[in-house]
Design a protein around this ligand. Structure first.
Ligand SMILES: *[C@@H]1O[C@H](CO)[C@@H](O)[C@H](O)[C@H]1NC(C)=O
Ligand SMILES: *[C@@H]1O[C@H](CO)[C@@H](O)[C@H](O)[C@H]1NC(C)=O
Ligand SMILES: *[C@@H]1O[C@H](CO)[C@@H](O)[C@H](O)[C@H]1NC(C)=O
Ligand SMILES: *[C@@H]1O[C@H](CO)[C@@H](O)[C@H](O)[C@H]1NC(C)=O
Ligand SMILES: *[C@@H]1O[C@H](CO)[C@@H](O)[C@H](O)[C@H]1NC(C)=O
Ligand SMILES: *[C@@H]1O[C@H](CO)[C@@H](O)[C@H](O)[C@H]1NC(C)=O
Ligand SMILES: *[C@@H]1O[C@H](CO)[C@@H](O)[C@H](O)[C@H]1NC(C)=O
Ligand SMILES: *[C@@H]1O[C@H](CO)[C@@H](O)[C@H](O)[C@H]1NC(C)=O
Length: 246
């Protein structure tokens, strides 16, 4: 495929989207999201699309995120948190040929990917759907219960109601929440809430850790078991039934 064809294809896909007035819930193979186009969950609770944090000085970076439809400035999940793109108009969130959900920049370079390698049969048709729980799921197009990948498995800094959080019994890997670098930058920050020691499986405990080195809180069975040292306020947010705790 030469680049002119790709460009034409891109224009065609873009044109398809600009005629759509209501934001769709799902992204199907061959479709893509660009610019200010978004996915909207069925009951309009959550929206997914490109965003740029407020007050970014000089060069604006854009990210694919999920936010409450009614509270645009509160982003709950970020895909490409460490790899901003510069222009949402020429970037695309799409289903790649191999079924992965990918973010491509204007040069068609993959900036972010759902990165699944298992469960990908040749020519398997997958669709990405934004659910009313705020979960973005990649499922088989003929069986919506067959979830191949979901954003709930990869929280950013926020745990949402209904979100699974714990240790994967097969790999022993624990999920983690990691703060934004600062209010204007969703990049991986210096505070994490994660399994400790790493790879400990269910025998480990959850800690609030700074720079992968200094532990501030130990959590066991949902309770704080010891507070080592907590000199200042950390911006973690936890979502429960739409309420936020810091
Ligand atoms: C999206 O961008 C188009 C083109 O600039 C504009 O006409 C439209 O109003 C925008 N929609 C929203 C929801 O901002
Ligand atoms: C953005 O800048 C405006 C004006 O300087 C300020 O009032 C606002 O609090 C800032 N917002 C954030 C999120 O920093
Ligand atoms: C994207 O396109 C819209 C409509 O043409 C324009 O208003 C907006 O500034 C563009 N965004 C960027 C980051 O260039
Ligand atoms: C995808 O997997 C590769 C190799 O394991 C890794 O380097 C990369 O960071 C992963 N990307 C994402 C978005 O997880
Ligand atoms: C996958 O799809 C391509 C293009 O439609 C087709 O040429 C190829 O035969 C398919 N492969 C399989 C294993 O179905
Ligand atoms: C759909 O997927 C689920 C989960 O993988 C599976 O349990 C179920 O049997 C599948 N249904 C059909 C009709 O294949
Ligand atoms: C975090 O730790 C690394 C070494 O592990 C160190 O190079 C870096 O300076 C530390 N960051 C801060 C903010 O102290
Ligand atoms: C935490 O976030 C709030 C706004 O959401 C801000 O006012 C406050 O300064 C932040 N605290 C720290 C320690 O960054």
């Amino acid at each position: 495929m030469n680049s002119f064809f790709l460009y034409q294809l891109f224009l065609f896909v873009f044109a398809l989207h600009t005629t759509a007035t209501i934001a769709p819930t799902s992204l199907f193979p061959g479709q893509s999201l660009s610019g200010n186009h978004t996915l909207l969950s069925a009951k309009a609770e959550f929206r997914l699309g490109f965003f740029s944090p407020q007050n970014t000085s000089t060069k604006k970076g854009y990210y694919i995120g999920i936010w409450f439809n009614k509270i645009q400035n509160q982003v709950l999940w970020v895909a490409n948190r460490d790899n901003p793109i510069s222009d949402p108009n020429t970037s695309q969130l799409a289903i790649a040929q191999d079924g992965n959900l990918v973010l491509l920049d204007q040069l068609q370079t993959t900036i972010w990917s759902s990165n699944i390698t298992q469960n990908l049969r040749t020519n398997r048709s997958l669709i990405a759907t934004l659910l009313d729980t705020g979960n973005l799921v990649l499922t088989d197009s003929s069986n919506s219960s067959d979830v191949v990948w979901q954003s709930f498995d990869y929280p950013a800094d926020t745990l949402m109601a209904g979100e699974w959080f714990g240790v994967n019994p097969e790999t022993g890997a624990g999920q983690s929440l990691t703060s934004w670098k600062n209010l204007q930058d969703p990049a991986t920050g210096i505070y994490s809430f994660e399994l400790y020691p790493p790879g400990a499986g269910s025998s480990g405990q959850y800690v609030l850790i700074w720079n992968q080195s200094k532990v501030y809180y130990y959590f066991e069975n949902g309770f704080v078991s010891s507070i080592v040292d907590m000199p200042f306020n950390v911006n973690y947010s936890y979502e429960y039934n739409g309420h936020q705790f810091r």
